[in-house]
Design a protein around this ligand. Structure first.
Ligand SMILES: O=C(O)C[C@H](O)C(=O)O
Ligand code: SF4
Length: 516
């Protein structure tokens, strides 16, 4: 097994940087289905470009490289202790090489371990099988979509769809509700794995295991197949669309599994995965550990190059005056902000500052290290690398889910004079009120498009709060051509509130029993 370490390392790099072929096909199908020229269609094109860029740059598709979760099948007698050691080394080295973000944080102190190792990370499951070869599968599921997982205990009364009983129709209602509650926050269009039964732990585990199925497989269980087909058809009527911008495609895959339960419990567990559905696997020679084959179609089999070149060509050929973008240069004035409205596409130049959970909490009762008047704050935890001369570079930098900052954002906008908040998934009423009172906008960037945005950061001007760890630090970034959509303006309008209201009505229309 002298090649085992290298094979696992290659698997990590492949999973983080090269989206599998079956997932790419689902993204392509969504592009074909989406209404042309809409915000969702535009976002899907950027997502496709980003997938291509990640493959070419051999850099993370999304900056959140998730909780590395390995599932290993091995023949009886294989040395699991040695395999585990190699997996830990491969994870630490892939982190050092910026293929994974430093994502393992002490739950109590927030201290980042810096190498993705620590209690509970990575997750490694071993299972024996009768075959001779070793199979290593890996999923990198990020925190934003993980936060959108949900578990139902039936019977239940669910908003919109009403009473959900302990039967197939109750299961149907839970799944539709799960898609609804995720909105765009888990970077739709998403994939869901559903586990019926088990206990609270094994139910979620079953749900996650469903994510290892191929996107286009067909469930052998006739009832579950019915549910999967129903969900795929009806989830897309909710109108949530890519990133919650509204649109025809909300879900790209639904896989349902079942296991026995206790008489008293009936759990329906849903694992929500973003479009950046990174999972891959390798089959290894049991003697040498060399890669014999891949478990899923590789990304290179479904190329996005042509579409990428076409969109680059189109961008080159569109003169500045024909572009419907509004260019903002930081510091931004109140007058400029007040002239923006929901739906406008803006392009930001100047300096942008990253800030997420730790920074927002800190700023509530401390001063900012720099003047934030007229500033643009970017909810982002980037992947960074330092070169030999000590200079930092942005390797991957898409937005994080903004709603987590809702308890702080309004006050911080007013306290420091911030004009633009950039993130994804939208924010709530407190932030909307502060945007109106102070004169600010919320700009929605495309979640997961980490390579696409990284290229907009031309230089790292500085960093504060490195003690929070790389993702949580406040990076000051020289920015050029960062495009995003106004989804909350200074006049009290919120696209997120509108899409959610509309989706709720569509959900409520699915209340009547379907499976009797
Ligand atoms: O942590 C991040 O960078 C993003 C996260 O996965 C999210 O979706 O909010
Ligand atoms: S930012 Fe979006 S694409 Fe990236 S891990 Fe989070 S949910 Fe997934």
């Amino acid at each position: 097994m002298q090649h085992f370490y290298q094979s696992v390392y290659d698997l990590i790099v492949e999973t983080s940087t090269n989206l599998p072929g079956d997932v790419r096909r689902a993204v392509q199908a969504a592009q074909e289905r989406e209404d042309k020229g809409t915000r969702s269609a535009l976002s899907l094109s950027r997502i496709a470009d980003n997938i291509h860029m990640a493959e070419c740059n051999v850099s993370p598709i999304c900056q959140d490289t998730g909780m590395p979760t390995f599932i290993i099948h091995c023949p009886v007698g294989a040395n699991q202790i040695v395999m585990k050691k190699h997996i830990l080394d491969a994870v630490a080295n892939a982190t050092k090489a910026s293929k994974l973000r430093t994502n393992s944080v002490d739950s109590l102190t927030g201290a980042n371990s810096g190498d993705n190792l620590g209690p509970g990370t990575p997750v490694i499951h071993f299972e024996q099988w009768e075959r001779d070869e070793v199979e290593v599968k890996l999923i990198l599921k990020g925190g934003g979509c993980e936060n959108k997982n949900i578990q139902y205990s039936l019977p239940a009364d669910l908003e919109g769809v009403g009473k959900a009983g302990r039967d197939l129709d109750g299961i149907r209602k839970c799944i539709m509700h799960a898609v609804y509650q995720a909105q765009g926050q888990g970077c739709s269009a998403g994939f869901i794995g559903v586990g019926i039964g088990g206990d609270r732990t094994s139910g979620y585990e079953l749900a996650k295991h469903q994510l290892f199925r191929q996107v286009d497989d067909v469930n052998e269980h006739p009832d579950l197949r019915k549910v999967e087909e129903y969900v795929m058809e009806h989830a897309n009527t909710l109108g949530i669309g890519t990133m919650g911008f509204g649109g025809q495609v909300t879900l790209l895959g639904c896989k349902v599994g079942v296991m026995n339960r206790l008489p008293a419990s009936f759990f329906v567990s849903v694992a929500y995965n973003c479009w950046a559905f990174r999972r891959q696997g390798v089959l290894l020679n049991p003697e040498t550990g060399e890669i014999n084959g891949w478990s899923y179609p590789r990304g290179t089999e479904v190329s996005f190059q042509e579409a990428f070149e076409a969109s680059a060509e189109e961008a080159r050929n569109t003169p500045q005056e024909e572009r419907k973008e509004i260019v903002l240069t930081t510091p931004i004035s109140e007058e400029q902000i007040r002239s923006l409205k929901v739906g406008d596409v803006v392009v930001i130049n100047g300096t942008m500052h990253t800030g997420r959970d730790a920074l927002h909490k800190h700023l509530m009762d401390h001063d900012a290290p720099i003047d934030l008047n007229g500033a643009a704050i970017y909810h982002c935890g980037p992947v960074m690398s330092k070169d030999e001369s000590g200079e930092w570079h942005v390797k991957a930098a898409g937005p994080t889910t903004s709603i987590r900052e809702e308890p702080y954002q309004g006050e911080i906008i007013k306290k420091f004079g911030i004009r633009a908040v950039i993130g994804k998934g939208g924010m709530g009423p407190k932030t909307l009120a502060a945007l109106k009172e102070h004169g600010g906008v919320y700009l929605n960037a495309i979640g997961g498009a980490a390579q696409y945005y990284a290229q907009c950061f031309k230089k790292v001007e500085g960093v504060d709060f490195m003690e929070f760890g790389i993702p949580e630090a406040m990076w000051h970034l020289e920015t050029e051509g960062f495009a995003a959509i106004v989804t909350m303006d200074s006049h009290g309008n919120s696209l997120h509130a509108d899409v959610e209201k509309n989706a709720f009505e569509k959900l409520a229309a699915l209340k009547e029993p379907v499976f009797k």
